[in-house]
Design a protein around this ligand. Structure first.
Ligand SMILES: Cc1cc2nc3c(=O)[nH]c(=O)nc-3n(C[C@H](O)[C@H](O)[C@H](O)COP(=O)(O)O)c2cc1C
Length: 412
């Protein structure tokens, strides 16, 4: 039996198609969750004839996604996000029909669409009548999918629900879990050799900080963390071991990164220092410059004495601290400058003042939509000059920055 410890904290998107074995997927959900796996489920229309969405919802403790055209589902969790915010997609049972649709690259319902849109590994557990399984069409579809990297567990041989004997029974839940664990273990041990940042450690900060006023109130800012999280993911994709130190955001932890959740600037600095040594530091978080001096440990009350006066005191400067020369200074320190005017002039001055190597400058004036938005327009300021990049999605900014980091280390 595979070691299941690797499963804790993993996210599985389970597609339940319309086969008689769908009832076993309920047990699969339960057993995965017992092992610390977060399970999100997509049910095909036929799947919902075999198991009730309510059972699946109760077992996953999450919404069950069923309809490509549901405005609610799409606005809460678009089909692309659904397919990406998982570490693995598991199709159990995988019907002959769904395997055919996957092989043909169809996207005619939510299940097929997420399977086509995903950039994550896919594991299928076929389950069908023995003749359906042995049919040349199904065998060709399965072979094609496997040649494209889709992994398979089962089917097992035995007596089928239709009383025929042969291969076609879905693998048992524990066999599927073994296959999932083996797949994650393989991934964990696969050397990322060949990737340009393999062997490099990056510390990335992201999101806002929350500075308490009292136990229920805090000072915050509008940072969503989208850019910082995207940078962490982009560096990990290029092979770096990434520690993401994140303030409070509504974003899921990016895959492949080790994430430290903090609230205040002081906690962020401590987490960054604890993560050293690192080759790369990217400070993308919007760290509060000030915190309340002597935050109250009791809720402040309207007691008729007028509003309280909040005295502020300066927070530690994380970028300047990480940039300070010394043995523990990361080789490349990248800061962000969020400005609302004279962006280049302020950002260039900031690079010199903080002692970092690069500054990524962006205009966060109201109307640019940068804070919380999906796009960003940035300038990369280095010692040897400034590059102005066109407006692009934050993911693309992250990829381009990660490539620039990789190029920087290529010669070293
Ligand atoms: C009672 C019954 C049991 C079925 N069992 C299976 C099955 O085990 N495997 C399979 O591939 N199809 C099975 N089918 C056929 C699928 O439900 C049908 O092809 C459906 O369109 C699959 O849709 P989906 O792949 O989108 O879930 C069964 C149909 C019925 C009526």
């Amino acid at each position: 039996m595979a070691d299941h410890a690797i499963l804790a904290g993993k996210r599985v998107l389970l597609v339940i198609a319309g086969g008689i074995a769908a009832y076993k997927s309920l047990d699969l959900i339960r057993r995965l969750r017992e092992r610390g796996v977060t399970v999100r489920a997509v049910l095909t229309e036929a799947g919902a004839r075999f198991v009730t969405p309510l059972s699946v919802q109760a077992l996953t403790e999450d919404t069950v996604y069923r309809d490509l055209w549901s405005l609610t589902d799409e606005s809460e969790m678009g089909h692309i996000r659904l397919s990406r915010e998982a570490d693995l997609l598991v199709v159990a049972p995988a019907t002959a029909n769904l395997l055919a649709r996957m092989a043909a690259g169809m996207a005619d319902d939510l299940a097929a669409t997420v399977l086509l849109a995903t950039d994550k590994p896919v594991l299928v557990a076929p389950a069908m009548n023995v003749r359906m399984w042995q049919h040349a069409a199904t065998q060709a579809n399965m072979a094609l999918l496997e040649s494209r990297g889709v992994r398979r567990v089962g089917p097992n041989e035995g007596v089928m629900a239709c009383n025929e004997y042969g291969p076609g029974r879905m693998a048992e839940p524990m066999e599927i879990i073994d296959a999932i664990a083996a797949l994650f273990a393989e991934d964990a041990h696969r050397p990322l050799a060949g990737l340009p940042l393999t062997g490099r450690h990056a510390v990335v900060t992201s999101g806002p900080t929350h500075e308490p006023i009292d136990p229920v109130r805090y000072i915050a800012n509008r940072s969503s963390g989208k850019q910082g999280h995207a940078i962490a993911a982009a560096l990990a994709k290029l092979g770096a071991a990434v520690t993401l130190v994140s303030g409070p955001t509504r974003l899921p932890d990016p895959a492949g990164c080790s994430v430290v959740h903090i609230e205040t600037a002081r906690e962020m600095l401590a987490a960054c220092e604890a993560a050293l040594p690192a080759d790369i530091a990217v400070c993308a978080a919007a760290v509060a410059d000030w915190r309340v001096d002597g935050a109250s440990d009791r809720k402040l009350k309207k007691d008729g004495g007028g509003p309280p006066t909040l005295a502020l005191t300066e927070n530690p400067d994380i970028l300047a601290t990480l940039s300070r020369p010394g043995e523990r200074r990361p080789t490349l320190v990248v800061g962000f400058a969020a400005e609302t005017g004279d962006v280049l002039a302020y950002a260039t001055a900031k690079r010199a003042r903080k002692g970092c190597d690069w500054i990524v400058a962006n205009d966060v004036s109201p109307g640019t939509g940068t804070f919380g938005g999906s796009d960003n327009t940035v300038h990369l300021i280095r010692a040897d000059g400034t590059e102005s990049w066109p407006t692009m999605p934050k993911d693309a900014v992250a990829d381009r920055l990660a490539e620039a980091v990789a190029e920087h280390f290529a010669g070293k």
